[in-house]
Design a protein around this ligand. Structure first.
Ligand code: FAD
Length: 499
């Protein structure tokens, strides 16, 4: 839609047309169909940045087998508390998607989600002991019902032959598997969500419209200044509520809003490279997402994995990501992004992070200096008989990790996501990137709780919210029956496995 058709006074402006804005828009329109919502996007389509299928790993992050969510305690036992949190956050996304399938707003879940077993795979005695301890803790919890463990080469080859063929027989190995895992095409999902929103009155998405300014108006609304990318013209709309769901572009917009709650925040960009193989002879022999152990100092989202991807009906394999450093905040961003984000308020937190994270800096420098031969050698640790000419390099999306002001350390680096809201609840920004798209419903609920507490009541939005998210208000980490029930109900609707 062109600039001329952008409504001048919408209730809600969603900045960015990725999975997060699409999910929040969907929830708001379900809860209050009369809301007028305007989505503004710099690029010429939705889901062209991190949410695009090839820019992320497509994991339905249930923290099943990603080893970075579980740390080992000094006594050798494994702390699974963070993994369980992420695990049940994914249940909220499953419920939202199942609701949309049930009401036929999404015709076929196979357009965006496929069953795909998740596995952890380790080698070396110490790592095998770690995986054993992790399995012991996880398999005892109802959230991980059905997880399997094996040190038997034949069994593991049965699960994923490519990781065993050509491997040294004397090396101790171990794997866990959970067949209820998923591969998700978040790009396709974003398109489906924006399409069903666009079919509703009061919603419109506008492309090639970059938000360049945010200013409070006298009546508490926000003046959203927009640049028409094609015509290079500036115009503005006035919104009651603004969601900054601009991915890597969120930090500069938060800074422009000048809300005191955003003071001192900075960003640290991490880029990524995949190795990708599309050959059916290879891809048809691997059906899993296989996670290994991270290298020393690596950021948690850079644990290497060998993933089955199902995108547009075709199967591929992705390996990586190899993390790197780039000063861009978005894949389509500018090399000056990082420098332009530095302000008097965040320079000290940023310098403190540089001082306190030498291992991460060392890791990233090491990754940047890796040649393609080094990258291929890392793949061969997972897939020993991989042939170099069958794999090509592909550039992944950018992630901007949060640098947060901190009383004790001046600044700390955060690997999660954070919602930063204005005191009067009229604006909220989403910063950070991990676990990510799979927790979009959890994040949208967080926005509702932070910014619309007055509407989340029995006489207003709550009954409808409980229709969309039947376990709303129930702690699935504690309530095993509710957890089993929601998984049994959502799995057939989403055509994924349940055990
Ligand atoms: C390498 C990698 C692997 C990942 N793997 C996974 C995974 O396996 N599972 C998972 O759940 N998550 C994963 N993620 C994270 C996930 O991709 C992101 O959390 C999610 O896509 C973020 O969605 P978003 O809508 O916030 O941002 P985006 O999809 O980046 O969308 C933001 C949009 O805002 C637009 N924009 C920016 N600035 C402006 C502006 N000023 N005006 C207008 N528009 C603007 C951008 O053009 C963009 O389209 C991964 C990410 C990366 C990079």
């Amino acid at each position: 839609m062109s600039q001329a058709t952008i409504p001048g006074k919408p209730d809600v402006v969603l900045i960015g047309a990725g999975i997060m804005s699409a999910t929040l828009g969907t929830m708001l329109k379900e809860l209050e169909p009369s809301l007028t919502i305007t989505m503004l996007e710099t690029l010429d389509d939705c889901a062209e940045e991190s949410s695009k299928a090839w820019n992320n790993a497509g994991t339905g992050h249930a923290a099943n087998c990603e080893l970075n969510y579980t740390s080992q305690r000094p006594d050798g036992s494994v702390d699974i508390s963070r993994a369980i949190e992420v695990n049940v956050e994914f249940d909220l996304s499953r419920q939202l998607w199942a609701y949309l399938v049930k009401k036929r707003a999404i015709a076929d879940p196979r357009a965006f989600i496929h069953p795909c077993p998740h596995m952890s795979f380790v080698w070396g005695k110490e790592n095998v002991e770690f995986l054993q301890a992790r399995f012991k803790a996880m398999s005892a919890h109802h959230c991980y019902h059905g997880m399997e463990y094996s040190e038997d080469r034949k069994q593991i080859a049965n699960w994923a032959p490519l990781i065993i063929e050509g491997r040294d027989d004397n090396e101790p190995i171990a794997a866990t598997r959970i067949v209820t895992g998923t591969d998700v095409d978040y790009g396709s999902l974003t398109h489906l969500l924006v399409a069903q929103l666009s079919a509703q009155p009061g919603f419109s998405a506008h492309y090639e419209q970059r938000v360049v300014g945010l200013e409070r108006e006298g009546d508490g609304r926000w003046r959203v200044e927009i640049e028409d990318v094609e015509r290079r013209e500036i115009h503005a709309v006035s919104a009651k509520f603004v969601f900054i769901g601009a991915g890597g572009g969120a930090l500069p917009l938060l800074e422009k809003s000048r809300i005191p709650e955003g003071h001192g925040y900075g960003g640290f960009p991490v880029s990524g490279i995949w190795l990708r193989c599309d050959l059916p002879a290879v891809c048809d022999r691997h059906h899993a997402k296989v996670y290994g152990k991270a290298a020393q100092g690596s950021p948690p989202m850079s644990v290497p994995h060998l993933d089955t991807r199902i995108i547009g009906g075709s199967r591929s394999l992705l390996f990586g990501p190899y993390a790197g450093f780039s000063t861009r905040f978005l894949k389509h961003g500018s090399l000056t992004d990082l420098f332009r984000s530095i302000e008097p308020g965040n320079i000290f937190p940023m310098l403190a992070v540089a001082r306190d994270n030498a291992a991460l800096s060392e890791y990233l420098i090491g990754q940047v200096l890796q040649t393609s031969a080094h990258q291929f050698a890392a793949l061969q640790q997972f897939f020993p008989t991989a042939k170099r000419h069958e794999w090509q390099q592909a550039v992944a999306g950018q992630r901007v990790q949060i640098i947060k002001p901190d009383k004790e350390h001046t600044g700390v680096l955060e690997f999660g996501t954070e919602l930063i809201a204005a005191e009067d609840r009229s604006l909220v920004a989403l910063l950070g990137a991990s676990p990510g798209a799979s927790t979009a419903a959890f994040i949208a609920i967080g926005v509702l709780q932070k910014c619309f507490p007055g509407e989340l009541t029995e006489s207003a939005w709550l009954p409808k919210l409980k229709q969309i998210i039947p376990t709303y208000g129930i702690d699935l980490r504690q309530d095993a029956d509710a957890c089993r029930r929601t998984r049994a109900e959502t799995a057939p609707l989403l055509k994924i496995e349940n055990i």
